[in-house]
Design a protein around this ligand. Structure first.
Ligand code: ZN
Length: 175
């Protein structure tokens, strides 16, 4: 093997840094890309959650249990945080903090709930359902494909608190 020139080594280091930056950039639009769970048994842990955050987590976990994914407590798969993140224009966010070796699925998925917006108890449950749906790689639903307004994977505006059958089928097909 020829030794790499210092210049080439530096270029490779920059390329590696750019690749490492991609996961967060890919989530700027609050998409579900890249949070494919790495298995169907997800261990959940809340980190210093408020009561609202705990309620959202508990509800999201219970909703996941309605799907083909089983859950347990203890962490290592889904880690949940809440804080006043300020006026970020998102009330929840899901991304991957620890990829598997091939970067094809996520070992540790991070869920963040934003306390800033003063949600109602029902909205917190909807938020938990929504973000945990992202951990199962669900994307957003729109009025055009959720005409009965009963999917928590809808974006802003309405706050359903459950997955509908379409969501459950999508989890089953996608994991
Ligand atoms: Zn979302």
């Amino acid at each position: 093997m020829p030794r790499l020139s210092p210049r080439l080594t530096a270029a490779l280091a920059v390329a590696a840094a750019l690749i490492l930056a991609l996961p967060s950039a890919a989530h700027a639009d609050h998409d579900d890309d890249g949070t494919d769970p790495d298995n169907r048994n997800q261990a959940v842990k809340g980190i210093k959650l408020t009561t609202n955050g705990t309620n959202a987590m508990n509800h999201g976990k219970a909703e996941l249990e309605r799907s083909v994914i089983t859950t347990s407590w203890g962490g290592g798969d889904i880690e949940v945080y809440d804080a006043d993140y300020g006026d970020t224009e998102w009330s929840g966010r899901t991304d991957c903090t620890n990829w598997n070796a091939l970067w094809t699925s996520c070992d540790i998925i991070r869920v963040r709930f934003n306390q800033y917006y003063g949600l109602t108890a029902s909205q917190w449950r909807s938020l938990g359902c929504h973000e945990f749906g992202h951990t199962a790689d669900l994307g957003h639903r729109k009025a055009s494909n959720d005409s009965d307004n009963n999917s928590c994977m809808r974006g802003k505006g309405i706050w359903p608190t459950h997955y509908d059958q379409h969501d459950l089928n999508a989890i089953k097909a996608g994991t």
